[in-house]
Design a protein around this ligand. Structure first.
Ligand code: IMP
Length: 198
């Protein structure tokens, strides 16, 4: 069975491929469908965006599809950047500018608590849309540390650790990350459905 992953982000594809392994499932991605236009992520929630991406890809390809939408919620910023995480500092997406803006906004903040959230939607060409969510609680530090990963990884220290996500190797980050947890939930919840579809 072919499952199309609704992303062209190579970091994300690698993370998803490392975690989501069901026998007989062939994972391809939006990179294999260059003619398809990117979906506009204009939903008010992670769930709305994930569902929109999964449904659009399934309708365009006729295959099952899996889409994730994720981002960072910072308590002192009332949940920002949230669904605007990718373009927090404006267009085009610039991870370094986003991190600089986050550090600026948090100067003098009373709390630096934050969490990554990830919602994953699974779309079946002939069936209902299903979603699961994963979260990872942590803290935003006041300087960039580490070179691995992407996005806000150099500023995020997960609860119970001293390293940032960018200082962790892939398997360690995946074992606790929002995406790792959402994918584990997806595998558990939908394993049977996907196996039946084989
Ligand atoms: P997306 O819409 O799911 O692609 O994610 C939106 C943005 O959230 C990304 O561009 C990153 O800035 C941020 N983000 C999502 N997941 C992660 C992560 O695992 N590490 C760091 N940043 C992330």
């Amino acid at each position: 069975m072919k499952l199309v992953l609704a992303t062209r982000n190579k970091h994300k594809l690698q993370e998803i491929r490392e975690i989501f392994r069901l026998p007989g499932l062939e994972l391809v991605s939006a990179l294999d469908f260059p003619e398809l236009e990117d979906v506009v992520e204009d939903g008010a929630t992670f769930e709305a965006n994930a569902v929109k991406k999964a449904v659009s890809l399934t309708q365009a390809t006729g295959f099952w599809s899996l889409a994730d939408d994720s981002g960072l919620e910072v308590d002192a910023l009332n949940g920002a950047p949230g669904v605007y995480s990718a373009r927090y500092a404006g267009e085009p997406v610039d991870y370094a500018a986003n991190n600089r803006k986050l550090l600026r906004e948090l100067e003098g903040a009373a709390t630096r608590r934050a969490r990554f959230r990830c919602v994953i939607a699974l779309a079946d060409p002939s069936g209902p849309i299903r979603t699961v969510e994963g979260r990872c609680e942590g803290t935003i530090i006041d300087e960039l540390r580490g070179r691995q990963g992407f996005g806000y990884d150099p500023l995020f220290v997960p609860e119970g650790y001293t390293q940032t996500f960018a200082e962790m190797d892939g398997p360690l980050k995946n074992s606790m990350s929002h995406r790792g947890r959402a994918l584990a939930a997806a595998e558990k919840t939908w394993g049977e459905i996907l196996r039946m579809g084989l």
